[in-house]
Design a protein around this ligand. Structure first.
Ligand SMILES: [Zn+2]
Length: 289
């Protein structure tokens, strides 16, 4: 599943689309849309892209348009802003093309944009979702409201992190995966963060000392930034908008490396299940608290 660095890689690549108009949308997998496709299409076509941002693992397009209404015989125009909320789930990603020929067999949705560009949404498993909401409804969406801290934002300071993490109990990795605590971390980066911080993923959070919490804070940011620098981790289907795979899989230290030697001490990495997810760790380098 694409995590924060993979979604961020796509969002950065898509910035050149700001200012373009969505001329037409078509789809062969209409169940992905909210509201239903016919309504979605009506509301999104001829809207201009004002911004493309990331929040957690969501891509958020801000769209606007000048709508013209006939009111009591006169013409009134009203500016309206709406948000297109996209979640890639397991296998979704955007691709950019100059025509409507699908770049992959699994392309489900096509957005024809002004300036001769097509935005294709590829999704083998068909779990990706596209949701169009008004600006006001967006602020009140439960799935947005409940999201935790954005780990690469300016206001995610060490003090803030300590405040968030100190009242928590339970296993370290489960907390890292909990989108309500910190948003955007999934199985790959959670394993890498625990390894880099030298902390066993099953450590009890309440037993972490201030030094552990500081290492954890630094490594959350380091590992996510490294993922972005490497343009994502391609284990499954992830590619950038030009169809290129990421590079971060070449330098993973823990994720899916159980049975292999630790890159630091040579001990064979072990695996265990935490929150139903396979977790790889070094029994020697990663201290269990
Ligand atoms: Zn080791």
């Amino acid at each position: 599943m694409p995590e924060l660095p993979e979604v961020e890689t796509q969002v950065r690549d898509l910035q050149f689309l700001i200012g373009r108009k969505i001329l037409e949308v078509s789809s062969n997998t209409k169940k992905a849309f909210t509201p239903r496709f016919s309504e979605f299409k009506k509301r999104i076509e001829n809207k201009k892209i004002l911004a493309i941002e990331r929040r957690a693992k969501y891509i958020i397009f801000t769209l606007t348009s000048k709508l013209t209404h006939h009111l009591s015989g006169g013409l009134t125009s009203a500016r309206k802003t709406q948000k297109l909320l996209i979640h890639f789930r397991m296998t979704g990603h955007f691709l950019i093309s100059k025509n409507s020929i699908p770049l992959e067999k699994s392309v489900r949705h096509f957005f024809k944009l002004s300036g001769g560009t097509w935005l294709q949404f590829s999704d083998i498993r068909k779990f990706g979702t596209l949701r169009l909401v008004s600006e006001r409804d967006f602020q009140n969406l439960p799935e947005i409201r409940k999201l935790g801290a954005e780990p690469l934002s300016k206001n995610f300071t060490f003090t803030k992190f300590r405040e968030i993490i100190q009242p928590k109990t339970g296993k370290l990795k489960s907390a890292l995966l909990d989108q309500k605590i910190i948003a955007g971390i999934g199985n790959i980066y959670a394993d890498e963060i625990c390894f880099a911080a030298g902390l066993h993923p099953a450590s009890q959070i309440e037993k972490l000392n201030p030094c552990d919490i500081e290492k954890l804070f630094c490594e959350i940011r380091n590992q996510l930034r490294k993922g972005i620098r490497n343009r994502g981790t391609t284990i499954g289907e992830f590619v950038d908008v030009r169809g290129k795979i990421g590079k971060n899989q070449n330098s993973l230290a823990a994720y899916r490396r159980h049975g292999k030697e630790c890159k630091i001490c040579g001990t064979i990495l072990r695996k265990m299940k935490i929150s139903q997810r396979t977790t790889s760790f070094c029994p020697k380098c990663q201290i269990r608290k």
